[in-house]
Design a binder for this molecule. Structure first.
Ligand SMILES: *Cc1c(COP(=O)(O)O)cnc(C)c1O
Ligand code: SF4
Length: 341
């Protein structure tokens, strides 16, 4: 059960910004502060600052609280702490590893697969994942932000083969409830869109986002709803995440998870099995386990295909089929995610 102190105030005062925006503004962005909070060797600070110049450090305090103090190998820390490894060049690791720039159907709209279009609804995220394939994405020019949805919506109106709209980013839950409402109101004029899918890491890294106002919006969207969260390790999933997932399901969403296979974070059968079990305990089915996208600065997270397949086989021999995520890679130009097995 959740203790009373963890239950968010359901009656948010109408003045002032919502609590989640406050938590977002208070995220840790200074490597020195992160190292101090976790009792880490301050020698990590200088390299972190150098790497953070390319892609800033950003991690919400609630997520930091789930990390082990004094452990530089903590699987949550490794996902967010900039390191000097990011600055070394690796062959085959580039700026647009998944061919996003070629798949642009309109400003902010990516159309790669049949029936599904993906709206890059904002460039902002609550957390900066060091392995992120969009760390070099030119959001400034191309996210459908600040009224820039018109072209994307026009394109969707014209293409009745699209039945599912995926809100991605960045993280679409960085948008205010008001902006989300504007977007889904506009979708009412597009009856061929039957499903709304939201790809978001907020329920995991900043579950405060799943508040009464957001849930009211979600429950009111007259489409089938799928929320795909993103957790890579069972340690990310605490009771605040469980509460957010329960509330999302209560608002009518089907819950799935996608993970990235990351060296030293979750590249063991035990870590992956624990993750699937912990997700299911929260009503979330494991959907995809992604092979790392080969984005510049993330080479040190790569797990070889041979190891990935062996892990997946071991997982399948240990868990019910519905708890085994599909091991896939995004291959530019392919008509679906490509299975590795
Ligand atoms: C991954 C992705 C999708 C969703 O693919 P599913 O296999 O349906 O999960 C859709 N559009 C784009 C551009 C994607 O990258
Ligand atoms: S939340 Fe998703 S889009 Fe944002 S930095 Fe992490 S992996 Fe990238």
């Amino acid at each position: 059960m959740i203790s009373a102190s963890n239950v968010p105030d359901q009656h948010e005062p109408s003045r002032g910004r919502p609590r989640w925006q406050q938590a977002l503004a208070e995220a840790v962005c200074d490597p020195a502060e992160l190292c101090a909070l976790l009792d880490l060797d301050p020698a990590a600070v200088l390299p972190a600052r150098a790497a953070a110049r390319e892609f800033a450090l950003r991690v919400p305090r609630g997520f930091v609280a789930r990390m082990r103090r004094g452990d530089p190998r903590d699987p949550l820390l490794l996902q967010v702490l900039p390191t000097s490894a990011e600055l070394s060049q690796a062959p085959g690791f580039g700026l647009d590893p998944v061919g996003d720039l070629a798949a642009r159907a309109a400003t902010g709209l990516l159309h790669k697969y049949h029936g599904r279009a993906l709206l890059v609804s904002t460039g902002a995220c609550a957390v900066h994942c060091r392995y992120c394939f969009r760390r070099h994405f030119p959001y400034g020019e191309d996210s459908a932000i600040a009224g820039g949805w018109a072209a994307a919506l026009e394109r969707l109106r014209a293409d009745t083969s699209v039945s599912e709209l995926i809100l991605s980013g960045g993280d679409p839950l960085s948008l205010s409830d008001r902006r989300l409402t504007q977007l889904t109101d506009a979708l009412r004029a597009l009856p061929h869109i039957r499903r709304l899918r939201i790809h978001t890491r907020y329920p995991v890294v900043l579950p405060e986002r799943i508040d009464a106002g957001f849930l009211k919006w979600l429950a009111g969207v007259p489409l089938q709803k799928v929320v795909v969260i993103h957790a890579n390790h069972a340690q990310e999933l605490d009771h605040t995440v469980a509460r957010a997932c329960r509330d999302l399901a209560g608002a009518g969403a089907t819950l799935l998870n996608q993970s990235v296979l990351l060296a030293d974070v979750n590249d063991s059968v035990a870590a992956l099995a624990d993750l699937s079990e912990a997700l299911f305990a929260m009503g979330v089915l494991p959907y995809y386990l992604h092979a790392l996208d080969r984005v510049a600065g993330a080479a040190h997270f790569e797990v070889s295909d041979v190891t990935a397949r062996a892990l997946h086989a071991a997982l399948a021999s240990r868990l019910p089929g519905y708890l085994v995520p599909r091991l896939v890679r995004e291959v530019p130009g392919a008509d679906a995610k490509t299975p590795l097995v």
